[in-house]
Design a protein around this ligand. Structure first.
Ligand code: IMP
Ligand code: MG
Length: 184
């Protein structure tokens, strides 16, 4: 698998680089700096949404300069399809106590926004002190909800994207850049 290529052909689908490793790194640093400033003097709990956010999550918290705790939630909505089903299921619940804590949800991508609404309801039921969301990618023309997203890395078109945690039928999460589907 040629990981440094500008373009990849997978099962007849062609993907081209949309965000380079360098651009992603710079953005992750910038997000971490802003969050560290906003949460100075507090100990927030970063909650990563598995599987997609695991790479962004680990890069982000290593750039954060304040004390923090971590936990993970696992959801399923897509199966192996390229479009959002909107049908969200909880596959792994939290282990931490949410009540009275500053919660920061870490997502790789917000598409329809339905998964994030589900997460918000799940967390707010447990009475956190505060609740915010950071997402690396935001598909601005695909979002179907009014929910406010506090920290957005990149607003991107509706195209299907892979790499840096995002999968194509569970594969290619380990690509260092983010690629978008050019043609099927
Ligand atoms: P939403 O509920 O439609 O916002 O979908 C959110 C989840 O779908 C994300 O956490 C991703 O796991 C997955 N997803 C959405 N768009 C893409 C994409 O373009 N490539 C890979 N996974 C995606
Ligand atoms: Mg995800």
């Amino acid at each position: 698998m040629p990981f440094n290529k500008k373009s990849l052909k997978i099962n007849g689908d062609r993907f081209v680089v949309m965000l380079s490793e360098r651009r992603i790194k710079a953005k992750v640093k910038e997000l971490a700096r802003t969050i560290s400033k906003d949460y100075k003097g507090t100990v927030p709990v970063f909650i990563g949404i598995l599987n997609g956010s695991f790479i962004f999550f680990s890069d982000l918290i290593r750039e954060v300069s304040i004390d923090c705790e971590i936990d993970f939630l696992k959801l399923s909505s897509y199966g192996d399809a390229k479009i959002s089903s909107g049908n969200v299921r909880l596959l792994k619940d939290l282990n931490c106590q949410v009540e009275g804590r500053d919660i920061i949800i870490v997502e790789d991508i917000i598409d329809s926004g339905l998964s994030m609404e589900y997460i918000r309801d799940l967390i707010l039921h447990q009475n956190p002190k505060s609740f915010r969301v950071v997402t690396l990618l935001y598909k601005k023309d695909a979002v179907k909800t009014q929910m406010k997203i506090d920290y957005i890395g990149f607003s991107i078109p509706k195209d299907f994207v892979i790499g840096y945690g995002l999968d194509y039928a569970q594969k290619l999460r380990h690509l260092k850049a983010i690629y978008r589907l050019k043609e099927s």
